[in-house]
Design a protein around this ligand. Structure first.
Ligand SMILES: Cc1cc2nc3c(=O)[nH]c(=O)nc-3n(C[C@H](O)[C@H](O)[C@H](O)COP(=O)(O)OP(=O)(O)OC[C@H]3O[C@@H](n4cnc5c(N)ncnc54)[C@H](O)[C@@H]3O)c2cc1C
Length: 435
């Protein structure tokens, strides 16, 4: 076992100085829009709103980018968490096609913002690779490639087991599926750049400002919300909830629709160039075909970043420590050559699953929201943040997730405390065993 201890923090946050807000600047008396949460969703929305001339106040309970946005794998992925076959079966051809097309557009959306704002965040279209853990999974990949070409006019390349070594330096997989359109990014640099861009566009950003309570009412004879925060109260005509897996008591109706699930990552010391090239010859964003999956990639400075849903519960010092051990064993099962390589970082973050495993963006009880990215949020959170901002500005912009019913738990058996996670975890492990 490589030497542990490691730093219990996101590697990405060590590569950037996050913009900070002046704590002496008071909250406004009133704003057009209050945005709750300063991650990809909240900041891309704030930028778009400010560019449309709205007076925007972004309220972040911790520091900018503190949530999943600076602690993820930096995989900018096409497709949705829900597979294309399930998407077609459940929503029909037309709706499924629009949702899948949105997933492709979301990558362009990130690329455009990065270019327009000159964000230095190592965005690169190096493609993604899904690897098959069982022969039956490789067969499914072949069918998925055909289905995606036929129904979505999008090319995925099936890689048979005999050729998988051209994509990954591991002997444990039975085939792969490549999408050249996906990209890699340094997420902390990206979210820092988004914060700067929102600020330049004219948004007001407040950190260490937790929203505690929202109350609809009238202000100067106009409908709006009284926004109570840890630093005082103000009025906003509209509110956008962009709190992802950290959605809490201030928005109880939305909290009941989000299941917070932990995801964890370890990062090694930098690898020698030839070893890095051997393990990932095409520098892909890689994930496997299990429900309890592993995802991994090289960082721009050639470290191995290896993540997974090792513990199901959100991040604490204990779950991070346990997960680091599980992930380290997992990493060595994929890449035994990393046995003597040191771990330098381990951390966790919280994912926002919905009960239908789809993202949702729209309005509930008067509050706008964009939530439910389920580990596919780097691109989609940026995209839906931008879309909802345009909706707030009165634009009828196409958004395939707007009209979807947003389900809660069956029989209403959930108030935001996910008591059922151990059972779900056991169920997924069982599925991985039998499927
Ligand atoms: C370990 C991990 C790995 C991941 N890997 C990938 C990946 O490789 N590719 C991918 O596409 N997606 C990935 N994701 C998912 C992706 O990171 C998220 O979907 C995305 O960052 C969500 O962005 P967001 O802005 O909606 O939420 P977040 O970035 O989580 O921001 C929400 C913010 O809301 C704030 N907040 C909450 N409540 C309040 C309140 N009451 N008042 C004020 N502020 C509040 C929180 O402090 C937080 O900063 C991963 C996630 C995790 C955790």
């Amino acid at each position: 076992m490589a030497a542990i201890p490691f730093k219990q923090k996101s590697f990405w946050t060590d590569t950037v100085v996050m913009p900070a807000a002046d704590p002496a600047v008071p909250l406004p008396e009133a704003a057009d829009v209050a945005v709750i949460g300063a991650g990809f969703t909240g900041l891309s929305a704030a930028r778009e709103l400010a560019l449309h001339g709205a007076k925007v106040a972004v309220l972040e309970a911790e520091t900018f980018g503190w949530g999943a946005s600076s602690s993820n794998g930096g995989m900018v992925l096409t497709g949705l968490k829900l597979g294309v076959d399930a998407l077609l079966k459940k929503y029909g051809r037309e709706a499924a096609q629009r949702m899948y097309a949105a997933s492709l557009k979301s990558i362009d959306c990130v690329e455009e913002i990065v270019k327009q704002e000159g964000i230095s965040c190592d965005f690169r279209r190096s493609g993604h690779l899904e690897v098959a853990c069982k022969p039956a999974h490789a067969e499914r990949f072949r069918r998925m490639a055909d289905l995606t070409a036929r129904e979505f006019n999008h090319r995925l390349r099936f890689v048979p087991g005999s050729e998988i070594r051209s994509e990954i330096g591991s002997g444990i997989y039975f085939g792969g599926l490549v999408d050249e359109l996906s990209a890699g990014i340094n997420p902390a640099r990206y979210v820092a750049g988004l914060a700067q861009a929102a600020k330049r566009a004219g948004a007001f950003l407040y950190e260490r400002t937790a929203v505690q309570h929202l109350e609809s009412g009238l202000h100067q004879a106009k409908k709006g919300f009284r926004v109570s925060t840890s630093r005082g109260t103000f009025w906003a005509r509209e509110v956008l909830v962009a709190t992802s897996g950290y959605t809490g008591k201030a928005t109880p109706a939305l909290r009941k629709k989000i299941i917070p699930i932990g995801s964890f990552i370890i990062v090694t010391e930098p690898l020698p160039e030839d070893l890095a090239r051997e393990l990932s010859p095409r520098d892909r964003m890689i994930y496997d075909s299990k429900n309890f999956l592993y995802y991994f990639r090289l960082t721009p400075d050639r470290r191995m970043l290896f993540g997974g849903r090792a513990a199901f519960f959100p991040e604490t010092s204990r779950t991070i420590g346990q997960s680091a051990k599980i992930l380290h064993r997992g990493m060595l099962s994929v890449f035994p050559r990393l046995r003597d390589v040191k771990l330098e970082y381990a951390w966790g973050g919280t994912l926002d699953f919905t009960f239908d495993i789809l993202p949702h963006a729209g309005q509930l009880e008067g509050l706008y929201y964009a939530l439910g990215f389920a580990g596919h949020g780097v691109a989609m959170a940026t995209y839906l943040g931008t879309k909802v901002a345009r909706l707030i500005c009165g634009e009828r912009d196409e958004n395939p997730f707007a009209g979807l019913p947003f389900p809660g738990a069956p029989l209403g058996l959930y108030n935001g405390t996910p008591w059922f996670l151990p059972f779900v975890g056991a169920w997924y492990k069982f599925l991985d065993w039998v499927s």
